[in-house]
Ligand binder design. Structure first.
Ligand SMILES: NC(=O)c1ccc[n+]([C@@H]2O[C@H](COP(=O)([O-])OP(=O)(O)OC[C@H]3O[C@@H](n4cnc5c(N)ncnc54)[C@H](OP(=O)(O)O)[C@@H]3O)[C@@H](O)[C@H]2O)c1
Length: 334
């Protein structure tokens, strides 16, 4: 079968489309699924480059997110049969993340532990389901499961054009927030407006922190006036210190990643003077994914899928993410 295989860390040319990758054999407690869709995340860029402290067993098929139909059911598996439509939670309880510590979704067939399967409602497509776990699941946990955003809040999203970013914009709007979406090109800003963002800021040409101070006023230490209620920052790097300056007293900064650097310059004065809450959020659980599929079924949300590629063009899909040329998600249909 065909698979997208990483055999050494490096640039994207470390990825190969292998035509004769062995089809996995089913085993106790597992199923083999026919993968219908798999999506990329920025995490795949990190996996290809290599991350300090994470030893990826090579060769490995990348791709954390996947949805498909059950092909073969292994011994001891109850409640599932061939043909069932499933979304996979990529976290394997024994071995870690699929697509990193074990083969993932960028292949025609994939071996999956039965406790990672989530039933897909009929109205949800494979492409939409595969767009969900890492990006939208994380956004769902950060905003809804952790109950961080409420109606009327002024919520700024940095990196709003990406997978997690578009998820945050859509969910914050659904919760009734006033959403300020920040991205790096006019084209992305136009599309974020179409998604429902109330305001858009090009943070390459405009200082997002100053923009927020001018629009909502300087945060006040005594009265709770001025500033943003919530700022969502999974970019880190140079965006961290300016983020602290534009959040209101008692407001929140939500963090689930650091695309541009995890050890930014800090300014603790803002955290105590303005009683800021820095709220971390990590990954997602089955309940987040089922809740998102229910929202799709009910027509209340649709993940933003920019491009759908066949497996043969998968590397180009990951290049678009690496080079920040994507709006939402890139999905591959092996
Ligand atoms: N903790 C968790 O469980 C978890 C789960 C999912 C994701 N994450 C993390 O969250 C971050 C976003 O993930 P994602 O999959 O949504 O990524 P993505 O789709 O590639 O989106 C990232 C966005 O950030 C912006 N950006 C700002 N600075 C950047 C830089 N130096 N390099 C690349 N992009 C930059 C880009 O938009 P502009 O070009 O418009 O600026 C891009 O659209 C990543 O750091 C990821 O590791 C963590």
């Amino acid at each position: 079968m065909k698979a997208l295989v990483l055999d050494k860390h490096g640039d994207l040319d470390s990825l190969k489309i292998v035509t004769y990758h062995p089809k996995p054999e089913v085993k106790e407690g597992h199923v083999v699924i026919r993968v219908r869709a798999s999506s990329f995340n920025y995490h795949d860029v990190f996996t290809v480059r290599g991350m300090p402290g994470i030893k990826v067993p090579m060769p490995v098929v990348i791709g954390l997110d996947m949805a498909g139909e059950i092909d073969t059911v292994g011994p001891g598996v109850q409640g599932w049969k061939a043909g069932d439509r499933v979304l996979v939670n990529p976290l394997n309880k024994k071995r870690g993340l699929m697509g990193e510590m074990m083969d993932g979704g960028m292949e025609e067939y994939c071996l999956v532990a039965a406790d990672q399967l989530i039933r897909m409602p009929d109205k949800v497509s494979f492409v939409d389901a595969a767009a969900l776990p890492v990006a939208y699941g994380t956004a769902h946990r950060m905003l809804i499961t952790h109950k961080t955003v409420k109606s009327g809040d002024r919520v700024m999203v940095l990196g709003a054009s990406g997978g997690v970013g578009t998820g945050c914009v859509l969910l914050a709007k659904m919760l009734g927030a006033e959403v300020i979406a920040c991205a790096g090109s006019e084209d992305k800003l136009q599309r974020l407006k179409e998604l429902g963002a109330d305001h858009v800021v090009n943070y390459k040409t405009t200082d997002f922190s100053k923009w927020a101070l001018e629009k909502y006023g300087k945060p006040q230490r005594r009265t709770y006036e001025g500033g943003l209620d919530v700022l969502i920052n999974f970019t880190g790097g140079d965006t961290w210190a300016p983020s602290l300056r534009c959040v209101k007293r008692g407001g929140m900064i939500l963090v689930c990643g650091a695309t541009a650097g995890h050890d930014p310059k800090e300014d603790l004065r803002y955290i105590w003077s303005f009683e800021l809450k820095v709220v971390g959020s990590n990954s997602f659980y089955d309940d987040d994914l089922s809740a998102l599929m229910t929202l799709i079924s009910e027509g209340r949300m649709k993940p933003v899928v920019d491009k759908v590629f066949p497996l043969e063009q998968a590397v180009e899909g990951l290049r678009l993410i690496r080079d920040r040329e994507v709006m939402g998600k890139v999905v591959v249909t092996p």
